[in-house]
Design a protein. Structure first.
Length: 116
């Protein structure tokens, strides 16, 4: 199954939070959450030339038995984003060794006007 496309819009200098639920099923009325007990996740943001811009720290992506995926990028980290945009993807690593490319998309970083 192809990765779910989600665009991320991050405000430089602010905490960025995202959450969603991974579920499967034939239609919206009959969805089953994917149990991600024991799974880990990897996520990176790169520019169009494939240069690494940001890597989610280990353990910063929370995966649930109820299909929930949550992650947060601290305001300290977003303050250091000196780039305007890029692309990302997230892989879910299952205990049996399989990997699923679950999310992908563009990243836009909105400039900061207010200074500390």
């Amino acid at each position: 199954m192809p990765a779910h496309r989600v665009s991320l819009k991050i405000d430089r200098g602010a905490t960025f939070k995202w959450s969603g639920v991974w579920s499967t099923g034939p239609d919206c009325g009959d969805k089953t959450p994917v149990d991600m007990t024991g799974c880990t996740a990897d996520m990176q943001i790169r520019n169009d030339q494939d240069d690494l811009l940001y890597t989610m720290p280990p353990g910063s992506i929370v995966l649930g038995a109820d299909g929930k995926i949550e992650f947060e990028i601290s305001d300290e980290d977003t303050s250091n984003f000196d780039w305007e945009g890029g692309v990302y993807d997230m892989f879910i690593n299952f205990p049996d060794g399989t990997r699923d490319r679950r999310l992908s998309g563009s990243v836009i970083v909105n400039p900061r006007v207010t200074k500390p």
